[in-house]
Design a protein around this ligand. Structure first.
Ligand code: C2E
Ligand code: MG
Ligand code: MG
Ligand code: MG
Length: 276
């Protein structure tokens, strides 16, 4: 690139730009096909109580069952979906998956909740609320078993828009969780405004303690959640020592590879996650 005036390298640069555009175009087409043919599914990661280690709920995480490339994680498709205005379709499909599961679990496991992630664009353009309302009615769900995970950066963009959306979600009776807390740029005063039910502590804070033994931020964040009357959920617990430490700090719930990874439905059933 430094010698862009030089013939061959300019051609090379153009080529790679073109192939990048082609790659993105093909990916977008494949995503659209996938959205229209049910290739986007939910993986469910169990969430446990820290003290009793009992199952309390699941987080639904989007996966793409790609016909050639196999099972793909959100990093492979969410950025482009957000950029190309396709994310609201994913949100609606995830809501549909979750509603179906909640309804099939509600007789035997009425206390379980399922949470799912919203995108910043869902808050700016909240077409999903209508879908959510109709799913709750159709399946006769208890709205308080549905948790919507939002990030602080998602609210930063436009509070004027976000505020009435959060109001209508509250009116519906669904719960709100503040995801990846502490990794964005918002000020603590957002905690008052958002008034979320749950606080999810990002894995990076647990990892920092594991790596360095420095617990100052982790401790403070757990205490902040407790003081705000929020249910504190620690994300990304990989080691027994981490779980023991969180118990000491008073975190109420956790999810992490230590106990369970996100699983597709057949695996959840095969491994008997709902029978225990
Ligand atoms: P997130 O909401 O913070 O989800 C937690 C992520 O941490 C998941 O990654 C999960 O697999 C991973 N995780 C859980 N336990 C552990 C652990 O012990 N160790 C490690 N290293 N990782 C752990 P995943 O499924 O790749 O999702 C990444 C992100 O993609 C999510 O972060 C969320 O921001 C986004 N995402 C996932 N599904 C959706 C969706 O349906 N809609 C939207 N808008 N975003 C989604
Ligand atoms: Mg999440
Ligand atoms: Mg998170
Ligand atoms: Mg996270």
């Amino acid at each position: 690139k430094a010698k862009a005036a030089n013939g061959p390298e300019l051609v090379y640069f153009d080529d790679s730009l073109q192939s990048e555009q082609k790659y993105r175009f093909n990916l977008e087409q494949a995503i659209k096909t996938g959205l229209n043919s049910g290739q986007f599914v939910a993986a469910y990661q169990p969430i446990f109580s820290v003290n009793e280690q009992t199952l309390v709920g699941f987080e639904a995480l989007a996966r793409w069952q790609h016909p050639e490339r196999g099972l793909l994680g959100p990093g492979e498709f969410i950025p482009l979906m957000e950029e190309r205005g396709l994310i609201s379709q994913l949100t609606e499909q995830m809501l549909t998956h979750v509603a179906l599961q909640l309804s099939s679990w509600q007789l035997q496991h009425p206390a379980l909740f399922v949470s799912l992630n919203l995108s910043a664009l869902d808050i700016q353009k909240p077409v999903f609320i209508e879908k959510l309302t109709s799913l709750i009615t159709t399946y006769g769900l208890s709205a308080d078993r549905i948790v919507l995970e939002i990030t602080e950066s998602l609210l930063l963009c436009d509070w004027q828009k976000a505020s009435p959306v959060l109001e209508s979600l509250r009116a519906l009776g669904v719960r709100l969780a503040l995801d990846d807390f502490g990794t964005g740029y918002s000020s603590l005063s957002y905690l008052h405004r958002i008034n979320a039910d749950k606080l999810k502590i990002d894995r990076s804070f647990i990892e920092h303690w594991s790596r360095t033994g420095d617990a100052r931020l982790l401790k403070t964040m757990v205490q902040l959640g407790i003081n705000m009357n929020m249910t504190v959920i620690a994300e990304g617990i990989e080691r027994v020592e981490e779980l023991d430490f969180l118990r000491q700090l008073g975190s109420e719930q956790y999810q992490g590879f230590l106990t369970a990874r996100p699983m597709l439905l057949d695996e959840l059933e095969r491994d008997g996650w709902l029978l225990r």
